[in-house]
Every structure is written in C-alpha cells, then in structure tokens.
Design a protein around this ligand. Structure first.
Ligand code: ADP
Length: 307
C-alpha cells in the first residue's frame, strides 16, 4: 500500500566554486571550478522520496527569477509534479554560496533563503487539502518557522503524522515537538536540542528520553558512518550503516530522511524503514553532489539484494 506524503521545506540553488585558497576579507581569488545545482534540505529530501518511489507533494517557495528554473528543471528531470510550488514576486529564489579550498577541502558557505523564508498563511491554506490527505508530512528547520508551526498544527489536527528533521539546528518550542510522530536529528542536533552528547546507545537513550518527555512519539538519531539509533514503542537499538566507500557525505541526512519517508508510506515499521533509509544514504555517499546523488528505487532494491 502506497500512501500520499508531503515534504514541506526549503529550496536553494547551490553555487559552488573551488579555489586554490579561500579569499581573505577584501581579497579576490580566481576559482578553478564552478558548479550550480538544486539544493535545500526540503528539496533534497523531496527528490530522495520521489526517486525511491513515493507519491510526494513537494511544497516550497521560489522567486520569480531565472534561478527558480533550477528547481523546476530538476523536478522535470525526475518527473516530479510541480503542483505545490509557491512564488514570491519580489524575494529572490534561495541560494547557497559555497566556496571550497581545493587543497584543504575547508569551506565557507553563505545561505540566503530568500523566497523560501517567506511562506505565508495564505500559501499554506492553498495546499491544506493535500496536507490533510497525506499519511506523513516531513519538515526541516530551513524555512520560516512560523510556517512550519502552522503546517505541523494543521497536520496533527487532522491525524497526519509529522516528522521533523531538526536540521539545520535552531531552537524550537515544546509545542512544536509535542504530538510529532518522529524527530530525526543527527548527533550534533540531538545534543543541541536535548543537552545530551550522543556517543553510545546509553547516551542516545538519555537524549531520546528528553524528546519523549516533550511529547514526541518516536526518536531516530542519525550517527553518520556508524548508522542510526532508533527508539520506538519502548525499545531502542542502533542499526549499523552499510559499509561502503564514502566519497561525499553532503546530503547523506537528506537521502536518509527522504528514503525513510518512502518506506514509512509503504507501511514499513520504523526499524525496517530505517534499514531502507540506511541503504538510500549509503548509495548517496558514494556519489558526488546532493540531488544528483539520490538513488532510484531500482538502485536501492539492487543494493539491498547485494548487501
Ligand atoms: P547528516 O548528513 O544530517 O549529518 P549523518 O552524517 O548522520 O547525517 O548521516 C545520515 C545517514 O547517512 C546515516 O545514518 C547513515 O545511514 C548514512 N551515512 C552517513 N555517512 C555514511 C558512511 N560513511 N557510510 C555509510 N552510510 C553513511
């Protein structure tokens, strides 16, 4: 059984330049490489869910500018419906300006969320029907938080399960977390949100308890190359990551969350969905980039047969 799902979140265009060294203030450096690509946590997770087979409504907000075409082209390339895009007539499409030192791999990043931080009540009202008929809604913390709160409230009131990928970290209210089906922080965000450094099953249990006390029903903490901690229905465990040759882990969390949503929407339990999501993320870390590195369902099924 495949149920409808909704991903509500950010879109930004990644503008990445590699340089011999990062410019000092006032300095201009000639770069050696440039690449533009579709990004933003919401968009990456939506693409991952769509490519792995989910019936997903991608809700985000773009500017009326040429960079908006980066989003719509990326959606067209994978056959994703564009029925749930909002547009801001004045704010620009979000961008991430990424500079990478080609020797040290250190980076400097400026994110301007632009249009995707201007989501209004009227925008949300226009997609209310789709949110209500979804089995799951997946949120991150990269759009204006009042919009996230509004969507979460609407979903909870209508029995739709809310999943919050708490990235990038920002403080959230207890009311926002209360009644959520699941939170999916990474280790750093888990510590920031609970005050508990997570480095073992025991410490993850303590962090999870803080979320459960705030009214979250299930907790999943991604542990990078070590896998994922899952706490559900009074039981907790660490599911190891697949052993692969990781070359670029940017977007690993996005691949994981998108894959997780696909599996949950197919009726898998949290344990099985986390195993599926581990596979989606394991494939993505073996490839360069974010949206281009998201695997198709055929690739995930083949990977799971081999491992
Ligand atoms: P984020 O990118 O949000 O910081 P993590 O680094 O915790 O998230 O990674 C998310 C998931 O990606 C992990 O739970 C795991 O499934 C997968 N993953 C990350 N790094 C590796 C790796 N080196 N090898 C295999 N899987 C990985």
């Amino acid at each position: 059984m495949k149920q409808k799902i909704t991903v509500f979140g950010s879109f930004v265009v990644d503008l990445m330049a590699r340089t011999p060294h990062l410019p000092a203030p006032g300095e201009t450096v000639k770069g050696s490489f440039f690449k533009q690509g579709a990004g933003g946590k919401g968009f990456n997770q939506g693409i991952a869910a769509h490519k792995t087979g989910a019936d997903v409504a991608m809700i985000t907000k773009l500017g009326r500018d040429s960079l908006a075409g980066v989003a719509t082209d990326a959606m067209d390339a994978v056959g994703m419906p564009k029925d749930y895009l909002f547009f801001n007539d004045t704010a620009p499409t979000g961008v991430a300006l990424i500079m990478v030192d080609e020797n040290s791999s250190q980076n400097e990043i400026v994110i301007v969320p632009g249009a995707c931080a201007t989501i209004t009540d009227a925008d949300i009202a226009s997609v209310e029907k789709r949110i209500k008929e979804s089995a799951y809604v997946l949120l991150q913390l990269e759009v204006n938080q009042d919009a996230n709160e509004k969507v979460a409230r609407l979903a909870k009131e209508n029995g739709v399960r809310v999943i919050v990928n708490t990235a990038p970290y920002q403080p959230v209210t207890d009311a926002f977390l209360n009644g959520c089906y699941l939170v999916t922080p990474n280790e750093v965000e888990a510590e920031e949100l609970t005050g508990v450094p997570v480095d073992s099953l025991e410490s993850a249990d303590r962090a999870a308890k803080v979320f459960l006390e705030k009214g979250v029903q299930n907790v999943l903490i991604t542990l990078g190359g070590r896998g994922v901690y899952v706490c559900s229905e009074g039981k907790s465990e660490i599911i190891p990551a697949f052993k692969v040759n990781a070359i670029d882990t940017t977007g690993a969390g996005d691949a994981f969350n998108g894959g997780l949503l696909t599996a949950l929407a197919e009726g898998k339990n949290l344990h099985d969905a986390a195993c599926f999501a581990n596979a989606v993320a394991a494939i993505s870390v073996q490839r360069i980039g974010t949206t281009p590195s998201m695997p198709t369902r055929e690739e995930v099924d083949a990977f799971l047969r081999e491992h």
